[in-house]
Write a protein that binds this ligand. Structure first.
Ligand code: SF4
Ligand code: SF4
Length: 92
């Protein structure tokens, strides 16, 4: 974003976003962020499937998942759906 562009906080309600969502870091919408307990996580990947923002990625080279906080909006769906209860929503 250049310094002349408005952030999403400055555009009027029902304003139209003027560029691709991949260029628009929406992660600062969140109040709560998902934090994973590595001991509890079974790497089942259900959270990857359920995240509506595609903000959880499977990293084959690590054999693990990774949250992308640039796009996570803090909806808590991943925490709700995790069968191992490995994700806790923590205040940002
Ligand atoms: S749903 Fe839970 S157990 Fe499965 S990969 Fe995600 S955090 Fe780990
Ligand atoms: S809190 Fe919502 S947006 Fe963020 S990783 Fe979980 S499911 Fe995705």
């Amino acid at each position: 974003m250049t310094s002349k562009e408005k952030s999403w906080k400055e555009i009027s309600p029902a304003g139209v976003c003027w560029k691709a969502s991949t260029q628009f870091l929406t992660g600062d919408w969140k109040t709560y962020k998902p934090v994973r307990d590595l001991e509890k996580c079974t790497r089942c990947l259900l959270c990857v499937l359920f995240c509506p923002d595609g903000a959880i990625h499977w990293k084959p080279e690590k054999g693990d998942i990774e949250f992308d906080y640039n796009f996570c909006k803090g909806c808590g769906i991943c925490a709700n759906e995790c069968p191992a209860k490995a994700i806790e929503m923590k205040l940002e």
